[in-house]
Ligand binder design. Structure first.
Ligand code: ZN
Length: 166
């Protein structure tokens, strides 16, 4: 009996540590100082191009993965920036710049929007993802790979220890 080298494949639950940097050098996300990320490979829980680049990595392996904006959160679309009269929002709704709110599209689906600025008369929203237009550099280390449970496979995501079952 020989130990199988654990490699990231679709249907495995993968634990990674990572840093995410922009071209400016700014670190916008990291697992340093907190729990590593556990996700289901092939479940669409992380950016598809990132999932693709991690496929085949072995436990203990580190890799720098660079995603162009179009592989990550898309190019910045200036049409996504909207100025909406303040009176179209409920008067008691707290509109706080640099936070997110959810609009509804014509089918009733929630669409996240970023509040850019608020005046007495106007609210400027941005429908672009905050990382739209950015090239993303991930430094990823694979910490663990395990088989997904049948429940995880049917839900399409990993169940980590401290999260409620859903
Ligand atoms: Zn679940």
């Amino acid at each position: 009996m020989s130990a199988e080298r654990q490699v990231v494949r679709s249907g495995k639950v993968v634990t990674i540590d990572y840093d995410l940097r922009l071209d400016s050098g700014e670190v916008v996300d990291t697992t340093e100082g907190r729990e590593p990320l556990e996700y289901l490979q092939g479940g669409g829980e992380i950016i598809p191009a990132l999932e693709e680049a991690i496929e085949g990595m072995a436990v203990g392996e580190s890799k720098r993965i660079v995603l162009e904006a179009e592989e990550a959160f898309g190019e910045y679309d200036p049409r996504g920036r909207l100025a909406i009269p303040r009176e179209q929002f409920p008067p008691d709704l707290d509109l706080i710049p640099n936070t997110e709110l959810y609009l509804r599209d014509s089918a009733g689906n929630p669409v996240p929007a970023y509040i850019v600025s608020v005046t007495d008369t106007e609210v400027v929203l941005d429908l672009n993802h905050p990382l739209a237009g950015e090239r993303l550099t991930f430094d990823v280390t694979v910490r663990n790979v395990r088989d997904a449970t049948p429940e995880e496979l049917s839900h399409g995501h990993a169940h980590s220890g401290d999260e409620p079952i859903h």
